[in-house]
Design a protein. Structure first.
Length: 136
């Protein structure tokens, strides 16, 4: 199958007809993907997008991600690291909402207004960015 915009060969997980490159760079032309139900699945999809699964990355890259929560600069510290496999971890956190909220705040430089007005609708975490119930 080919991408509807650029004609690149699609990866297996690109079920909406658009490649990852077009979803990221042409947000005005690509409709938002179908919503991912569940915070764990959204985190897993976000990690897949982060390492580029579908554009040369692999699940192996997710497993051996260097973005640990205690990473030293210049490495990126990621609050989602313990849940990158899409499986629940025993870390003392009851819900994933606050973890996703923390990640979104880090992504937007700590500015809550930017998180509220986030335009990255292609991000798998977008509906969960407020930390509570799923919102569009």
């Amino acid at each position: 199958m080919k991408c509807k915009l650029c004609g690149r060969t699609l990866a297996i997980e690109d079920t909406d007809g658009y490649c990852l490159h077009c979803r990221i760079t042409h947000t005005d032309k690509v409709p938002p993907p179908h919503r991912i139900h569940g915070r764990l699945k959204a985190i897993r999809q976000h990690c897949r997008d982060c390492v580029g699964v579908g554009t040369g990355g692999s699940s192996h890259d997710i497993k051996h991600c260097t973005c640990t929560p205690d990473a030293a600069p210049p490495n990126y510290r990621c609050a989602l690291y313990p849940w990158r496999s899409g499986k629940r971890r025993k870390t003392g956190h009851n819900t994933l909402g606050p973890i996703i909220r923390k990640h979104c705040l880090e992504c937007m430089g700590g500015d809550t207004k930017l998180v509220r007005n986030c335009q990255s609708t292609n991000c798998a975490l977008h509906p969960y960015r407020f930390g509570g119930k799923k919102r569009e």
